[in-house]
Design a protein around this ligand. Structure first.
Ligand code: GLY
Ligand code: MN
Ligand code: MN
Length: 430
């Protein structure tokens, strides 16, 4: 549980960086509706990170230069009739008490009240989002303030994205955030370990999915962090296979990519194992290459290393392995540089992990990769996928049928520490 004091500290840290600017953050809109049925609401992560407020149709304004109201919330007012249908609302008064806002207003008053928080700001911090209508609301305010600048002598001269400041903060996880992530990991580890025992030839992939997700929810997670992938046989070569409707067969490999979301913090784990408990010789050869690549990559997850090193380490081991098997041929440096391994390894080796599964944070600044530092969390997830119908690139060797239909990925969540790293998901064997 993350206390209000921590959200307040985050806001102070953020406001110290925006100087005389005013930041506007918007919640996720109403829950997605499909034909009058409401699907689960999921808060927008930046908004949540700074407020802890978990309702739709809200806007947070941070105005560090304002004399009285440095943190303002616009929220849906309490309205008994609406709440009967769509659930509890905090309401305007409690938004101040419970969420520490200096002032709160009904969201319907946004247009009326917003200018007073913008007119003394030198810039607006706002990340243009997918909702063009809301973008237009903010741009209209900006335009009006610009039109009256000459008489007032103050006003925002620029709009700047919140991301560089906010996402740099989100990259480094606090102790309480890490506690949430460890809980998401603990539940997901138990689910994987149970699923491995449960999965058997004759069962359907969805039965395994149901067991995983049963454990997620039973243990207090919100649910899957992303659509669970339970991919047997050649389905393991489809990266985002989510149909999960095949009956598993003797001799299959099973790839499970599943993790839960706990209080919006996520785990992301992949394991691939033989259903019968024993690899075929071909499966074992490919598995060992992926495992070796993953261990080589994890070894590069060290504070001070540029982000890309662990990906490069994985690629090199995968390419060496594919060359040994005669699936790639030529000069290794050229194969790597020209990405000739892509028919078998088409994704990157990891991503930031946190409030979002593919978490916020820049990977690169200009030509420079982000440097890893304590508190970052990354996934390390190399794989090899030799699809049933994959074709070699021009000039590359033919693909022997014995390798076809084998897809393997191994994915761990790794925390950067002062000394090096900690594999958070080590509780699932590989
Ligand atoms: N399961 C999504 C990912 O591994 O990135
Ligand atoms: Mn994954
Ligand atoms: Mn992942």
């Amino acid at each position: 549980m993350i206390l209000q004091t921590e959200y307040q500290e985050r806001r102070e840290q953020f406001m110290a960086k925006i100087g005389n600017g005013t930041a506007i953050l918007r919640s996720a809109p109403l829950a997605v509706m499909h034909n009058d049925v409401e699907y689960n609401f999921r808060q927008e992560s930046d908004f949540f990170y700074l407020t802890g407020f978990n309702e739709p149709e809200a806007v947070a304004v941070l105005a560090p230069h304002h004399s009285e109201h440095r943190f303002v919330l616009f929220v849906q007012p309490k309205e008994r009739e609406k709440e009967v249908w769509t659930g509890y609302r905090t309401g305007v008064e409690a938004a101040k008490e419970k969420f520490g806002a200096d002032e709160a207003y009904p969201i319907t008053e946004l247009n009326e009240k917003l200018p007073q928080y913008l007119e003394k700001a030198d810039r607006i911090y706002f990340h243009l989002g997918r909702d063009r209508d809301f973008n237009a609301v903010i741009l209209d305010h900006w335009q009006q303030l610009m039109a009256t600048y000459s008489k007032r002598g103050t006003g925002p001269m620029a709009i700047e994205s919140t991301h560089p400041i906010l996402h740099a903060m989100r990259l480094v996880k606090s102790p309480t955030e890490l506690a949430m992530m460890r809980q998401a990991v603990a539940i997901s580890v138990d689910a994987h370990n149970y699923a491995r025992e449960f999965a058997k030839p004759g069962r359907y992939e969805y039965e395994v999915q149901a067991e995983l997700e049963h454990i997620f929810r039973q243990r207090g997670a919100l649910g899957p962090a992303y659509p669970s992938i339970v991919a047997s046989g050649a389905n393991s070569c489809i990266l985002h296979y989510v149909e999960n409707n095949r009956q598993m067969q003797e001799g299959d490999l099973l790839l499970i990519d599943a993790g839960c979301s706990y209080g919006y913090y996520n785990a992301d784990i992949t394991r691939t194992f033989p259903l019968s408990g024993k690899f075929t010789p071909e499966q074992k050869i490919i598995y060992d290459i992926v495992l070796k690549a993953q261990l080589a990559a994890i070894a590069q997850v060290q504070p001070g290393n540029p982000y890309n090193l662990f990906h490069e380490a994985a690629v090199r081991v995968l390419v060496e392995g594919l060359m040994d098997l005669g699936l790639l041929a030529g000069d290794i440096e050229e194969i790597i540089k020209e990405e000739k391994y892509k028919p078998f390894y088409m994704h990157r080796t990891g991503h930031w992990l946190g409030l979002d599964v593919h978490d916020a944070g820049f990977y690169k600044h200009g030509e420079n990769w982000q440097v890893l530092q304590p508190g970052h969390v990354v996934t390390v997830e190399p794989g090899l996928y030799i699809g049933s119908d994959v074709q070699p690139l021009e000039g590359q060797p033919a693909i022997d049928d014995r390798w076809r239909g084998i897809g393997i990925r191994i994915e761990d969540d790794v925390l950067l520490t002062v000394e090096g790293h900690e594999v958070l998901t080590a509780g699932v064997p590989k």
